[in-house]
Ligand binder design. Structure first.
Ligand code: SAM
Length: 283
């Protein structure tokens, strides 16, 4: 008998993986966490029935969420990751030798435990001595933060359902703005341009209400059904102009991000420009 896992999208579409076996299923106080061994894509992390990543292509999302903002900042020493309990974003952040401290704040410590047990190549970043992990709601953590505490904030969250709803609201991005240094940069995953186009537009416009510079950029993520979007808000440099510093030692270890692709990721198709209100502006 064949076993398949399918994430079903509202538009009658689905992403399906052939499964060898189910490895783990945890019901945490916040969400259901499953780990499945796929046939051909390595292990798959699923939260509340949604694909988080597969071992085969998690590098795309984690590299693009982190290196575009990090290389857009002249000297990112203090980094906050909200969500990202699997450790993939932290693994990418600690590649930068200029980074001195990383706070990772995920509401669900069970995600951290499961990732450490089943995804050592993803969670390895959590072992870096610069990384401090807290199990807490990212909204509450930011409320307690001093102003200008961080140079870069990465929001590596689930989609706006359940515990992550608050991470897509204007008040949350205002807290990010307040916690960022004068030239700080925030980047967040903002959904699928194929199946969540309204969300992509809504998140972009919400961030645009808070940050002086805002862009949406994209990456090709097979496990998410093709393209994925990220929104980036900056109090300093314009990230779409390309990296303001280069570290070839970092880039040589990457499988997706490079300096030219950094700029290319901001070149968007018309239908996305339209939904974020930038169509016809020549951007
Ligand atoms: N990095 C993966 C990827 O490739 O997309 C998935 C993202 S990560 C698993 C999403 C995390 O957001 C989950 O671990 C979840 O616990 C966390 N999360 C959801 N709501 C949160 C909140 N309000 N504060 C902090 N973390 C939250």
């Amino acid at each position: 008998m064949e076993l398949w896992f399918t994430e079903k999208y509202p538009q009658g579409w689905g992403i399906t993986f052939k499964i060898d076996k189910a490895l783990c299923s945890v019901r945490s106080p916040y969400q259901r966490i499953d780990v499945l061994e796929t046939v051909g894509h390595g292990k798959l992390l699923v939260i509340d029935g949604c694909v988080m990543f597969t071992e085969a292509d998690e590098f795309v999302y984690h590299e693009m969420l982190t290196h575009v903002p990090l290389f857009s900042h002249p000297n990112p020493q203090r980094v906050l990751i909200i969500g990202g309990g699997d450790g993939g974003a932290a693994r990418e952040v600690v590649r930068h030798s200029c980074v001195e401290e990383v706070f990772l704040v995920d509401i669900d410590e069970d995600v951290i435990k499961v990732s450490k047990e089943y995804f050592p190549t993803v969670s390895c970043g959590l072992e870096d001595e610069r990384v401090r992990v807290k199990a807490e709601d990212g909204v509450k953590f930011l409320e307690r933060c001093e102003e200008e505490s961080f140079d870069v904030i990465l929001v590596d969250s689930t989609d706006p359902v359940g515990p992550a709803v608050g991470l897509f609201e204007k008040s949350f991005f205002e807290k990010c703005y307040r916690a960022l240094s004068a030239d700080g940069i925030m980047a967040a995953q903002s959904g699928s341009p194929y199946f969540q186009l309204e969300l992509v537009g809504r998140v972009h416009k919400t961030v645009a209400d808070v940050f002086p510079i805002v862009h949406t950029y994209v990456a090709g993520t097979p496990s998410y059904g093709g393209m994925w979007t990220f929104v980036i808000g900056s109090k300093g440099q314009d990230p779409s102009l390309g990296p303001v510093r280069k570290d070839d030692l970092v880039v040589s270890g990457l499988k997706y991000y490079n300096y030219k692709l950094h700029v290319g990721a901001f070149a968007l198709p018309n239908y996305i420009l339209q939904v974020i209100g930038k169509f016809g502006s020549g951007t």
